[in-house]
Design a protein around this ligand. Structure first.
Ligand SMILES: Nc1ncnc2c1ncn2[C@@H]1O[C@H](COP(=O)(O)OP(=O)(O)O)[C@@H](O)[C@H]1O
Ligand SMILES: [Mg+2]
Length: 236
């Protein structure tokens, strides 16, 4: 079976500062894979390199096709969705208009239908459709960011620290909803997180990233039981 995302030897950085030192990873159909890492480990850089926001070396295959040399727009059209760090919703636009922007990759009427569908999936957003995105709570903004990325039905969704800045209860609800979106849509997801307690339980597999290298990988349940992972990322 072809992986939805298959990456080998990914290196990237900023000018002379190399951040990623050759990452190999894959995400299979309908899998949730988590990359765990502390602040500064290179999580955001990994997702930026995968979605083409920064240049990288190595191979990046999306549904079997090499996209490593493509622009971020081209990768989006080929089915790569990206919820960026800090959400990236347009605060001065309404909730509905944020979704409409996400729907620009949909053809014809599908965009409209998809917008209504996402108001059903995230019912908290429906009564706020005319509100500016900036007036939403942090959790609602993150739901909006997920909905906006999912609306064009990507084959692969990259999520950058969805828990950032959210209260634990809100984070738990958001991850429940992310898991449900995966169940319903079968979308493959790559989530980068510091918060192992919340991310590992919804994941199938995980990689542990330290200073731009994977130091450990395995099934989420094996990593939850791993003593060094527990000490470093689970605080117990
Ligand atoms: N735009 C940038 N320019 C230069 N260095 C950056 C930039 N963004 C991140 N870095 C550096 O790259 C490293 C990894 O950062 P990042 O990928 O944001 O880590 P994480 O998301 O895991 O916290 C850090 O040393 C950070 O300072
Ligand atoms: Mg980051």
């Amino acid at each position: 079976m072809t992986a939805v995302l298959d990456v080998t030897g990914l290196t990237a950085g900023y000018g002379p500062h190399q951040v990623l030192h050759g990452l190999d990873l894959h995400v299979d159909a309908a899998e949730i894979v988590v990359v765990l890492g502390a602040n500064g480990a290179g999580k955001t850089t990994t997702l930026r390199a995968l979605s083409g926001m920064i240049p990288s070396k190595g191979t990046v295959r999306l549904r079997g096709g090499e996209v490593g040399g493509r622009t971020s727009d081209a990768r989006a059209r080929l089915g790569l969705g990206h919820v960026v760090e800090g959400r990236g919703t347009f605060n001065h636009l309404s909730v509905e208009d944020n979704l409409a922007l996400g729907a620009h990759l949909c053809r014809g009427d599908t965009g409209r239908t998809q917008i209504e569908r996402w108001f059903e999936i995230f019912p908290q957003l429906a009564p706020r459709r005319k509100q500016h995105a900036g007036s939403l709570s942090g959790g609602e903004q993150q739901m909006l960011a997920v909905a906006r990325a999912m609306i064009s039905q990507p084959a692969m969704l990259l999520l950058d620290e969805p828990s950032m800045g959210l209260a634990p209860m809100v984070t738990a609800e958001l991850f429940d909803q992310i898991a449900r979106v995966r169940e319903d849509s079968g979308t493959a997801m790559l989530i980068v997180e510091q918060n192992a307690n919340i991310a590992l339980p919804v994941a199938d597999r995980a990689y542990v990233l330290e200073s731009g290298r994977f130091v450990s990988q395995g099934s989420a349940s094996a990593l939850l039981d791993d003593d060094s992972v527990r000490r470093a990322y689970l605080g117990r």
